[in-house]
Design a binder for this molecule. Structure first.
Ligand SMILES: NC(=O)c1ccc[n+]([C@@H]2O[C@H](COP(=O)([O-])OP(=O)(O)OC[C@H]3O[C@@H](n4cnc5c(N)ncnc54)[C@H](O)[C@@H]3O)[C@@H](O)[C@H]2O)c1
Ligand SMILES: [Zn+2]
Length: 523
């Protein structure tokens, strides 16, 4: 009797794209009875399958199905009690294998277990779908906190019988091999590429080796990102290129964007013997990127760094433009440097695990880019839903173009502040309870209400569709007191970004008092 613990971190309803469902369905259907193995679906129709394929229940149905006869989950063993632990990572979804990867993992686990007995742990090289096997991780067992979605299995040798992968399901090329978008940022000797697409984490090594030729890379990530093992995928890929890797993981959250964490990263750099030809790699959101970039800018007077954004916000905003830094107790981003990455790699699959609120934060910046520069982009985003790699690339191009003509904050680049003046005031007035994206969305909406009423309805609908609020609970007076506190002064002039229509905005400088009056009058 063997106990196998299978945890599936792949399940996310945010971005599931049924891909090759038909092939999965063919595997799932009992060839004799022509009914699904899935106890949830007596009819077993393809439509039903499609509808349910995106829920973890199907996994349990497949594993527990009438072939094993038992609901293995009911055994309730923990990972620590199992003989083998299999973790399936989010990137499997990219192949549309959410379901099949799970069943295949179980199937191959049993084969590995059998062969393990014969070969003392050696991996077999003759397993039917080596490709899928490589994509399962077999870990030494260690206690781990219970996962949200997991199944436990017993005697899953019967799994063979349950599931026979169709050639299409087992051999389909990874979706990530197509549809990769590359945006070039021509900054002379500091020029770099931004690659965007599904499945790119696994190509980290090849891309980094080609762009930067480092011998050692220190990967920096936060505790949330590490939970999904994205760092493992990146490290594995780097090591396959012969690059030595170290990993530094810090506690997730804005409070870690501090001199303290910065110093710890520098310590890790010396501890890992990074020299000038080596690189730091930031795997995570804007906090990770800003922190790691600043460490890279200053360690040994500057070493190369790679941005691997895993939040939508980082992908379309913070990973570009070269602003790096940390917060002081007196305020955000008060210490920093301009330091361009040598490469940006965005694996859109990582967004699958982003909390809804974090996704919305990024959407606010995407909508902002649309309002500022590109009506077609706005139109593509205004109905909500996940942003495609192509649209992310468009966002990157737009930010690149602004940043290129104005590398340091001055003229054009200030347009990127659309919605941010009032947005910051809202964040501050709420004691940072209102998330950045929500605040920026509201800031844009207020600017529209005051200066461009024609776009208000459309913008408001777009915010709603993208899970962003449209009601601000603060009065103009409250916002202004936050604004004046922010500017450390009352009165004087303020430069704001004013929408003229969707796709066009201008900078306008006016006295603070006048802005206050306009807001009071028109909001
Ligand atoms: N440098 C710039 O030009 C620039 C521009 C805009 C914002 N920023 C900075 O960026 C920061 C905000 O960025 P952010 O919103 O990405 O914050 P973040 O890095 O804190 O990420 C947000 C949350 O998502 C988690 N997360 C990240 N990737 C995930 C994934 N794939 N799945 C699940 N969870 C994941 C993180 O652990 C964190 O809890 C701020 O510090 C801001 O000042 C910098
Ligand atoms: Zn912003």
């Amino acid at each position: 009797m063997r106990r196998i613990y299978i945890s599936n971190k792949a399940v996310s309803l945010v971005e599931y794209q049924p891909c090759d469902d038909r092939a999965l369905y063919d595997c799932w259907l009992d060839p004799e009875t022509k009914k699904g193995y899935n106890g949830y679906s007596p009819a077993g129709s393809f439509e039903e399958f499609q509808r349910r394929a995106e829920t973890p229940r199907l996994f349990s149905a497949m594993i527990q199905g009438n072939r094993t006869g038992e609901f293995v989950g009911a055994l309730g063993i923990t990972e620590a009690e199992a003989d083998l632990s299999i973790r399936i990572f989010a990137p499997y979804r990219r192949q549309g294998y959410g379901t099949s990867a799970f069943a295949l993992a179980a199937k191959y686990a049993t084969e590995v277990l059998r062969i393990k007995e014969l070969h003392a742990g050696a991996y077999p090289d003759n397993i039917g779908s080596q490709k899928m096997l490589e994509r399962c991780e077999f870990r030494p067992l260690a206690p781990c906190p219970p996962e949200k979605h997991y199944l436990t299995g017993e005697d899953v040798i019967q799994m063979d019988y349950i599931y026979t992968p169709s050639p299409a399901a087992a051999g389909a090329p990874p979706r990530g091999s197509q549809g990769i978008h590359t945006v070039h940022v021509p900054l002379g000797t500091r020029a770099y590429d931004v690659h965007i697409g599904a499945g790119l984490l696994e190509k980290t090594g090849a891309l980094v080796a080609e762009a930067l030729h480092p011998t050692r890379v220190l990967l920096v990530t936060d505790s949330n990102v590490a939970k999904y093992h994205y760092n493992d995928l990146a490290v594995q890929s780097l090591e396959m290129q012969g690059i030595a890797c170290g990993t530094f993981i810090f506690q997730a959250g804005e409070t870690s964007k501090s001199l303290y964490t910065y110093e710890k990263i520098l310590d890790a750099c010396t501890g890992f013997s990074l020299y000038s030809g080596d690189a730091l790699l930031a795997l995570g959101g804007g906090v990770t990127g800003d922190l790691t970039g600043f460490a890279a800018a200053t360690y040994r007077r500057g070493i190369a760094f790679v941005q691997v954004p895993t939040t939508l916000l980082a992908a379309v905003d913070s990973s570009l433009g070269g602003k790096t830094g940390v917060n002081l107790s007196a305020g955000k981003n008060l210490v920093g440097a301009f330091w361009q990455p040598g490469l940006v790699i965005t694996d859109t699959d990582t967004f699958g695990t982003l909390p809804r609120l974090e996704y919305a934060n990024g959407m606010a910046e995407c909508l902002k880019h649309g309002v500022l520069f590109d009506e077609a982009l706005f139109a593509a985003l205004e109905n909500g839903g996940p942003v495609s790699a192509a649209r992310i690339a468009r966002n990157v191009e737009l930010k690149r173009d602004v940043v290129l003509c104005d590398e340091r904050d001055g003229g054009e680049r200030r347009k990127l502040n659309l919605g941010h003046t009032l947005g910051h005031a809202i964040e501050q007035a709420s004691g940072y309870a209102v998330p950045h994206g929500a605040a920026v969305g509201l800031g844009m909406l207020m600017m529209a209400r005051v200066f461009c009423p024609a776009i208000v309805d459309r913008l408001s609908a777009a915010l709603e569709k993208n899970n962003l609020p449209t009601q601000c609970k603060f009065t103009v007076r409250e916002l202004f007191s936050a604004l004046e506190q922010d500017k450390k002064r009352a009165g004087g002039d303020i430069t704001i970004v004013v929408p003229q229509k969707i796709g066009q905005c201008e900078l306008r400088t006016l006295p603070m008092e006048e802005l206050k009056r306009l807001l009071e009058e028109r909001l």
